[in-house]
Structures are given as C-alpha cells and as structure tokens.
Design a protein around this ligand. Structure first.
Ligand code: GMT
Length: 375
C-alpha cells in the first residue's frame, strides 16, 4: 500500500513509534511517505520505499501564530495526488487528525476517497486534548477518523471517559523490534560511566512536568546512600534545570550525569541496571519497554498504561505516583541482590518480547486493509 504517515519528528514517543512503524512497513514492501515539518529523528535512511515530505510554514507578519494545520493539510493533498497515496495514518490527534480530515475532504472534492487512521498516543488526550480550548476540535477529528487506535487499554478508557466518542477505539500497543537488540552484545562501555562496583540507574524522557523529574532525583538520592551508584539522565526539557539544582542541593552532582538528547539509547540502556519512570501519567511508557528489551528492570509509578508494560514483582516494581520512598526501597531491594536483579533482567526481556513488532505489525496491516476495503 502507499501510506502517508503524519507525525511529530522529535524524540517523543509518538514520533518514534510512527517512524519505526513506517520503517517496518517499508521493509514489508509498503511505500511510506512521512509528512511532517522535519525529517524524523529515528529516520536515518530514505529509500525507494521511504520518502519524506517537509511541511513548510512561511512566516507572515500578520499571523501571530503560523497556520501549521493549513500547510500540513495542503501538503497532504499535494502528496496524495502526486504519489497516488491510498491511506493516511496520523499519529497524535493534535493537530494531525484535524489537518488529515481537512485534507480528506479537499481530496473528496476531486473524486479521491482515502481512509484516515488516527492513533492516539496519550498527551493528545490526557493533557492537551482535554483542555476546553481544544476539546471540541479533538472530539470532532477523532469522530471523523475512519479508524481510531490507542496505544493501551488505559488510554482507550481515558479517551472514552473524557470525550464523547461515537465509534470504536481499537487498542494496538506500542512495540519494539527485538532483532535490533543483540543479547550477545557485551561491549557496553560501562566503565565510561561508572566506577568498578557501582550500579547504573537511568532515566530517559523529554523532561516535562508530567515525568516528575524531581522524583527521579529524590529516588536516586535515597538509593545512592545505600548502594554505590550513578544516575544517567537522558533527554532535554523544561524540568532539567530544576533537576540540576536539586542534585546540587543534595550534593550529588558528581554522581549524576546529564547527557541531553541521544540517538544512542540502546548503548546507554546496555550498561544500565535499573530504569526509573515515576511519571504522573503515561499512556504506555515506551521508554520503559525500550529499557526492558535491553534487560533493564523498571521502577515506575502505577499510573495510566504503565502496568500493561511493567509487571509488578516480575519486570520491576510499581508504586503510587509520588511515593518516592517506596520506589527507592524497591530499587535498593533489586540492586543489592544480584540473583534477584538477574531474574528481573531476564523477565524484563521476556515480557518486552511480547511487544515485538512482528506481533504488532499485522494488526496495523489488517486495519489498513479493512479501512481501504470499506472506504
Ligand atoms: O511522553 C511524552 O511526553 C511524549 C509523548 C509523545 O506524544 O510522544 O509520549 C506519549 O506517547 C508515547 C508513544 O505512544 C507513550 O509511550 C507515552 O507514554 C506517552 N506519554 C504520556 O502519556 C505522558
């Protein structure tokens, strides 16, 4: 099929999922056209089957806000016509589902009828989408999508609670590609990050408020008093400054390494012993899944869709949001018991493998076919 994928090109989970899905679909022979404002960060190679179309929004002084949705829907119309696209798959409702629907309507005027799949990712529903400023437009564009998918059961439930949704929402979980992770890969360069005998704890996110970044530091501060360890903070975002200040306050700056954004997540996870994800809410927690496939157990909050990924007492531990004492205790329990830690590491991979792309891709392909046949 010829499929246009609309997504955010940034390090965020929705962009990563959309990009990895597009690459996997292209490997299966589909022709994939990414339409977004920059080449997606995880998209390194373009090929016969993978194309990228940049949405440009020229500055015009009259506009206080540049009309991205307008430019995106126009770009979609042009791309569909030029390349004979058969289906739109938009990731993240705002504003992609809205722009996609406008493109669909414009194309209908020209006798072209193509289905639109909208995948809900989380913050487009639970944080931004439910805001009264956006809610009517988000409700409208979800209801006008031909198929709506959500990345977890929990996100489906929240969407149905928060919006007046008329149709079905199908759950298609996020995924990893297990062939990319090689258990035999041992050159983890652990020594570059920690001294002999120290454990390595990692956190990866966009450092927004919803991630509860100060909790990561509170937890680590407690852990490092009991277990010689280092904390690696990967990512960039508004809460980073607060976290750095907190590290100074605790006197642990020499034990915390802020790496910024990285394209080498797997190398970092390869030498990690534990992953921290104490988020306020998380529709799925792709970062936790990426940790798990790299054999890293997860200490997380028990919110949103995280329990669908991180299994309490099996692949890690879950606690109520903000319960940093319990999270620290659980982390220490694992880090001081090498046998237990190893068992959890093996469990983490086993559970993560259930989310292998080979299990998930056919679900999307079946949805595409059905939507195309009933358009
Ligand atoms: O976590 C973020 O703030 C980024 C956000 C995004 O839209 O990229 O992530 C959301 O989508 C990911 C991919 O489906 C999920 O794994 C994340 O859990 C979800 N984030 C939240 O719900 C806060």
């Amino acid at each position: 099929m010829k499929i246009a994928i609309v997504c955010y090109p940034t390090f965020g989970g929705s962009g990563v999922v959309a990009t990895e899905l597009g690459i996997a679909l292209a490997n299966r022979g589909h022709e994939i056209h990414f339409v977004t404002y920059r080449q997606p960060v995880r998209l390194e190679l373009l090929s016969n089957n993978i194309h990228f179309h940049e949405v440009n929004v020229p500055e015009y002084p009259l506009f206080q806000y540049q009309p991205y949705e307008l430019a995106l829907s126009s770009k979609l119309v042009d791309t569909v016509k030029l390349f004979g696209i058969e289906l739109l798959h938009v990731h993240y409702a705002i504003p992609h589902a809205y722009a996609g629907y406008m493109a669909k309507k414009m194309l209908e005027e020209e006798g072209l009828c193509l289905p639109m799949i909208t995948t809900l990712h989380g913050t487009d529903i639970t944080l931004v989408g439910k805001h009264p400023f956006y809610k009517p437009a988000v409700t409208f564009s979800i209801n006008k999508s031909d198929v709506v998918t959500s990345v977890s059961e929990n996100l489906k439930k929240s969407t149905l609670e928060l919006f007046n949704i008329k149709g079905e929402i199908e759950v298609v979980p996020n995924f990893i590609d297990k062939t990319k992770y090689k258990p035999s890969f041992t050159d983890c360069q652990r020594t570059a990050m920690a001294e002999e005998g120290e454990k390595i704890i990692t956190h990866i996110s966009n450092f927004r408020k919803v991630k509860r970044i100060p909790d990561v530091v509170h937890i680590f501060n407690k852990v490092q008093k009991e277990v010689p360890s280092k904390l690696i903070m990967v990512g960039e975002g508004p809460e980073r400054v607060k976290a750095e200040a907190l590290c100074e306050e605790y006197g642990i700056t020499d034990k915390v390494i802020f790496l910024g954004n990285s394209n080498e997540i797997d190398k970092i996870l390869c030498f990690s012993d534990l992953f921290l994800l104490p988020s306020e809410t998380e529709s799925f927690g792709l970062a936790a899944l990426e940790a798990m496939i790299n054999k890293v157990p997860v200490i997380s909050s028990n919110t949103g869709g995280i329990p669908e990924v991180n299994k309490h007492g099996v692949t890690g531990f879950l606690s109520n949001v903000g319960n940093v004492s319990e999270m620290a205790e659980n982390a220490i329990t694992l880090l001081i018991d090498e046998d237990k830690l190893n068992t959890f590491k093996q469990n983490a991979v086993k559970v993560a493998e259930e989310f292998d792309i080979l299990n998930i891709l056919p679900l999307y392909e079946a949805i595409y076919q059905r939507a195309y046949d009933t358009r």
